[in-house]
Each structure stands twice: as structure tokens, then as C-alpha cells.
Ligand binder design. Structure first.
Ligand code: ADP
Length: 282
């Protein structure tokens, strides 16, 4: 009878309806990805053009014999050099992000050939090397390292973990207030998860900006960020490098007070500590 036929159809109709919703959701995701990709390309073009315009402007003056004064010549030369450095940093960051994108979409073997192999990384030693490289930009006594005395090892791609820590630390210095402090910390939380933490006493990030700063080329204050030599891709790299390692990012910040970013890795399991044993990640 009709009632029976109808009640048999109900689950099928519900299935169709839920499939329709899922398809619609997937189409929205695809459209979003497409929009983001187009925005990213437009941004890259713009970001590359700006230093190129400066470089060719000064180079043209020099090549045309328009710069008679020696001091001017040196000044223009150093501007060209600075902008070329900005271009190099930008191209390197774009390459790192595109490698991370590709690795996220491929299987383990491919991601190893794209990013490099996973190895045990000693966090205190890594933070130490980051601090040494930042010594030229940091003020004397500005940066301190506070690490758990226990060895905190993480299995990961060394270059990526290094870049993650370096980007966080260099932001902490670049957005610090005069006389402010930066602390690089690492250790193991109660759940035995290794973490690294970068704390500054700088300008802070307003609550409504805290998610956006991880987007590519998003800057709270464009001119300030650029004047301090940022590419606008630092935190996007941090986000993708963390996710590649299964790590969580926690950002706590208050305007005018400072920022604390914690990257917490999954529990690391070391199955057999015998000679030549290699660690695995849960
Ligand atoms: P940038 O190269 O511009 O620093 P990032 O991706 O590293 O790019 O950071 C994005 C934006 O987030 C920065 O332009 C800045 O406005 C803000 N930001 C990042 N780190 C900090 C920090 N420690 N304190 C305050 N603002 C920060």
C-alpha cells in the first residue's frame, strides 16, 4: 500500500538530501580554494613587483650616468642590495609554502622527497642556533632561552622546524617594544607532549586579528611590517609546518602587552633505544 511505499522511500530521500548537502559543501570548499589561489597569485605578483620597481629605477639612474656623486652611488647601490635581499626572502618563502602545499597533498614517500626526511631534532639546540642567527637583529640581552633540562626531542623535518622557530622568534623581535624582552622556551607538558614557546613583551595582536595573521600576506599594519623586513608569509609557514608535524598552535596576546605563541607536538614514542634505533611518531 501507499503508506508502506512512502515509508520505504523516506530513508532513501534522506540519503539523497544529505548527499546533496555534502556535494554543496564540497563545491563551496573548491570555490574557496580557487578564490584563495587566485588571491594568492595576485598578491605574489604585487609583492614581487614592488622591489623590482625600486631596483630597476635606481639601476636605470646609475646605468644612465645620472649619479655623479660617490655617496649617492653607494646609497643607491645599498638600496638595490636591500631590495634584492627582500626579493630573495620572498622567493624562498613562496617556495617553502608551495613545497608544504604539495607535501600535504601527497603520500609519505613523496613528501619526504619534497621536504626532506624526518629526523630526531633536539629542541634546545635548535632554539640556540635560532638565537645565534638572530643576534644581529636583536638588541643586547633582549633574547633569552629557557629550556627544560630534559632532552626534548621531536621527530620532524629539521629545516622546517628550524624555519618555524626562526619565524616566530624573528617576529617576536620585530614586533617588540623598545626595551622589551623575548623568551624562547621549550619543554614537555604534563601530557608528555614536547612544545616550543616564543614570548614577547611587544605590541600585541588584537583579538579580531589573531586568526587572520596566519593567512598568507595578511599584515596588521602593512607599512610597519614591511619596514621591518617581513615577507608577510612567516606565520603562514609556521601554520603549515606545524600542521605537517601534527602540532597545535596556541596564540595568546594582548595589545600593548605582548604575545605568546606555543607550538605543541604530539607525544613522541621511542620504541627501542638500542644502537641505531629510530624514533617513531604516534
Ligand atoms: P610579516 O613578515 O609581516 O611579519 P608574518 O606572517 O610573520 O608576516 O606575520 C603576519 C602579521 O602578524 C605581521 O605583519 C604582524 O602584523 C603580526 N604579528 C606577527 N607576529 C607578531 C608578534 N609577535 N607581535 C605582534 N604582531 C605580530
Amino acid at each position: 500500500n501507499m503508506d508502506n511505499a512512502y515509508s520505504e522511500m523516506v530513508p532513501m530521500l534522506e540519503r539523497i538530501e544529505s548527499q546533496r548537502k555534502e556535494l554543496k559543501r564540497q563545491m563551496r570548499v573548491l570555490a574557496d580554494n580557487d578564490r584563495m589561489r587566485r588571491e594568492f597569485t595576485a598578491n605574489i605578483t604585487h609583492e614581487l613587483k614592488t622591489p623590482l620597481t625600486t631596483i630597476s629605477g635606481y639601476a636605470e639612474l646609475i646605468a644612465g650616468g645620472m649619479v655623479a656623486d660617490d655617496a649617492d652611488l653607494r646609497d643607491f647601490g645599498s638600496r638595490i642590495y636591500r631590495e634584492a635581499g627582500r626579493l630573495t626572502a620572498l622567493v624562498n618563502d613562496i617556495l617553502t609554502l608551495s613545497n608544504l602545499d604539495e607535501a600535504e597533498r601527497s603520500d609519505h614517500a613523496d613528501s619526504t622527497s619534497i621536504l626532506g626526511s624526518m629526523e630526531p631534532v633536539d629542541l634546545p639546540r635548535m632554539l640556540d642556533s635560532v638565537m645565534q642567527r638572530l643576534e644581529q637583529v636583536a638588541k643586547k640581552g633582549e633574547v633569552t632561552i629557557v629550556c627544560d633540562p630534559h632532552p626534548s626531542m621531536v621527530v620532524g623535518v629539521p629545516r622546517l622546524l628550524d624555519e618555524l622557530a626562526y619565524n616566530l622568534a624573528s617576529n617576536a623581535i620585530r614586533y617588540n617594544l623598545p626595551g622589551g624582552k623575548v623568551t624562547l622556551a621549550c619543554g614537555m607538558d604534563e601530557a608528555k607532549r614536547p612544545y616550543i614557546q616564543v614570548i614577547d613583551t611587544g605590541i600585541g595582536i588584537a583579538p579580531e586579528e589573531q586568526d587572520k595573521v596566519f593567512e598568507r600576506f595578511y599584515r596588521v599594519d602593512k607599512s610597519r611590517s614591511k619596514a621591518r623586513g617581513g615577507t608577510g608569509l612567516g606565520l603562514a609557514i609556521v601554520k603549515h609546518a606545524a600542521s605537517f608535524h601534527g602540532a597545535n598552535i596556541d596564540l595568546a596576546s594582548e595589545l600593548g602587552q605582548g604575545t605568546c605563541i606555543t607550538v605543541t607536538f604530539p607525544v613522541q614514542v621511542w620504541p627501542d633505544m638500542g644502537e641505531g634505533a629510530s624514533p617513531v611518531v604516534l
